[in-house]
Design a protein around this ligand. Structure first.
Ligand code: NAP
Length: 534
């Protein structure tokens, strides 16, 4: 199968230099390197890669919505066409099992098709028209029309934990291509072969749909050198990133320090609080313990929505719940993390919690060391602390990326609200309550809502529906910009800006804003939503 993989960046017809440095993916299951060697791009070639994307922008962005939709659907079909190669390669690079590869591939193709439908219909452009009134007093009213237009070349960093759905042709790439922006993807060093298989699928679609060279590029190289140089390049107009807080904030700083600063949409760290109210705990203790255990250990906890914090009312019911949960954690087999760096960070974060015994942290389970398997092997961890001790310890507020959670017991509502208000921004917040619990919980709900992007009533936060209304984002540091989402069609708003035309002749307006409404868009005309022409 490796004959399919070239070990080089995918740049169409562009000839570039490589630095001479190479790397291989490491199989997390046995710590063995995988073929082929991947060659890193030379820093001096970044300019040529971005120049190609810049040249593609005016051509690609002027393709019709239908043409770009066909392109996105072709990418989806091409990814489905290499599913057996992905099933062979991705588990070897990531230790993720075959059903996950098939599921994530389906989600990736589904996202691309959802964006295709969106741009074919076209109303996402948010066309607004305010017609002129020359007789208005004291001054005439001008004709003002606006809609959303693509930004230009976008850089997307692949995520270690979603090799398909948040990587080469994942949500950010789909949203940017849908908007009309060329995309340069920086591959993650953990899964270069998976990246290349998907990159080849995109490149084939570029060719068969006759999109310009530079519409898409896949680059191998170090984040600090090549990734930073891409973000600093003046022709790049926005960045999508999923990964560590250190990496995300470094890129935010690089983008902000440019002569022309650009937005960075970074998804970084989240501990996703779950609040259990009193009646719900008494009524559904075992069911909640099982659901929580399933959510914390799903995918070895390597989800940005992993519930890392659970608030419980102090008392006998919390003790019984904790005993059930502890026995579930103790019975959980160890698993293999995505890579050695993630396993080491997880062990360091859980060790930091365990070291806080003096400060009131109870360690129920912390069997995180490898059992003679690969260095990537980790097991689950369960801690408990009072709300007061939680407030006093910053370390307990940090993400432990893996199958760990901390139970925080509260004495009363003000304890709980104070703890919730002390949290950093989160992707999600979940509340479990009976009808009676919830009817008296408006202050708690408001405190939770103020910290999160998605508020769940019941259930658990892992599993993010890909749909039009989804918000997978949240206040800093869960994301760098809590006004946007990386999942769902609203993600297209990351890569556009509103442009407005004043008193422009009809023939010079984009079709979306012309009087006849040739694209049959839903538009806001003088404050009324309509598809009518003017
Ligand atoms: P990462 O180390 O931040 O790497 C992600 C990407 O950013 C890689 O391409 C990396 O390049 C690049 N990068 C990292 N630091 C950089 C810097 N200072 N300047 C420029 N580029 C930089 O994240 P990861 O490898 O995916 O996972 C590490 C940790 O991130 C995990 O243990 C976990 O704590 C966290 N994480 C969080 C989420 C979430 O959604 N909450 C998801 C995944 C990971 P290289 O290829 O050179 O490394």
């Amino acid at each position: 199968m490796n004959t399919e993989l070239t070990g080089h960046s995918l740049l169409g017809n562009l000839t570039v230099k490589e630095s001479g440095a190479t790397f291989r993916a490491i199989n997390p299951g046995n710590d063995e390197p995988l073929e082929p060697e991947y060659h890193q791009l030379a820093g001096s070639s970044v300019d040529a890669v971005v120049a190609q994307a810049k040249a593609a922008f005016p051509v690609y962005s002027s393709k019709t919505g239908a043409q770009r939709a066909e392109f996105l659907r072709q990418i989806a079909a091409n990814i489905e066409g290499v599913i057996e190669s992905l099933v062979e390669r991705m588990p070897a690079e990531t230790a993720l099992p075959e059903p996950r590869v098939r599921g994530e591939s389906g989600r990736t193709a589904g996202q691309l098709r959802m964006f295709a439908d969106l741009i074919e219909e076209g109303s996402w452009q948010d066309a607004r028209i305010d017609t002129a009134d020359p007789d208005r007093q004291p001054i005439p009213k001008p004709d003002v029309r606006s809609h959303l237009q693509p930004l230009g070349p976008i850089v997307v960093f692949c995520a270690s934990n979603f090799p398909l759905a948040f990587s080469v042709a994942g949500g950010d790439t789909a949203a940017a291509l849908a908007a009309g922006c060329p995309v340069i993807v920086k591959a993650h060093h953990s899964h270069p072969g998976t990246a290349e298989l998907v990159g080849q699928a995109v490149m084939k679609a570029v060719a068969s749909c006759q999109m310009p060279d530079g519409t898409f590029a896949l680059v191998y190289g170090s984040g600090r050198e090549i990734g930073t140089a891409l973000v600093q390049h003046s022709a790049v107009k926005a960045v999508g990133f999923t990964g560590s807080r250190g990496g995300g904030t470094a890129l935010m700083k690089a983008a902000a320090a440019r002569p022309e600063p650009i937005p960075v949409f970074a998804e970084m760290s989240s501990i996703n609080p779950v609040v259990v109210l009193s009646e719900a705990l008494h009524a559904h203790s075992d069911q909640l313990a099982q659901g929580l255990h399933g959510s914390v250990t799903l995918g070895l906890g390597q989800f940005c929505t992993n519930p890392g914090l659970v608030f419980l009312p102090e008392g006998e019911a919390a003790t019984a719940f904790t005993e059930t949960l502890k026995s579930l954690f103790d019975e959980t087999a160890k698993g293999c993390s995505l890579n050695q760096g993630i396993a080491e960070s997880y062990r360091a974060a859980t060790a930091a919690s365990a070291a806080l015994a003096q400060a009131g942290v109870v360690v129920h389970t912390a069997n995180t060391a490898p059992d003679g398997g690969s260095a990537c092997q980790v097991g689950p961890a369960l801690f408990q602390v009072s709300a007061k001790a939680f407030l006093a310890n910053e370390a307990l507020h940090q993400e432990a990326f893996g199958p760990a959670t901390t139970l925080v017991t509260y004495r009363n509502e003000s304890d709980l609200v104070e703890a919730l208000e002390s949290l950093e921004g989160q992707l999600t917040g979940t509340i479990h309550g009976t009808q009676a619990d919830l009817s008296g919980a408006s202050t708690i709900i408001a405190a939770l809502k103020s910290r999160v992007g998605r508020l769940l009533f019941g259930g658990f936060p892992t599993g993010v529906e890909v749909c039009h209304a989804m918000v997978h984002g949240g206040p800093y540091p869960s994301t760098s910009d809590g006004r946007s989402t990386s999942v769902g069609t609203m993600a297209i708003q990351r890569f556009v800006r509103a442009v407005c035309y004043q008193n422009a002749p009809d023939s010079l307006l984009p079709e979306a804003l012309q009087n006849e409404n040739p694209l049959k868009l839903q538009r806001l005309v003088n404050g009324q939503s309509t598809k009518e022409s003017l």
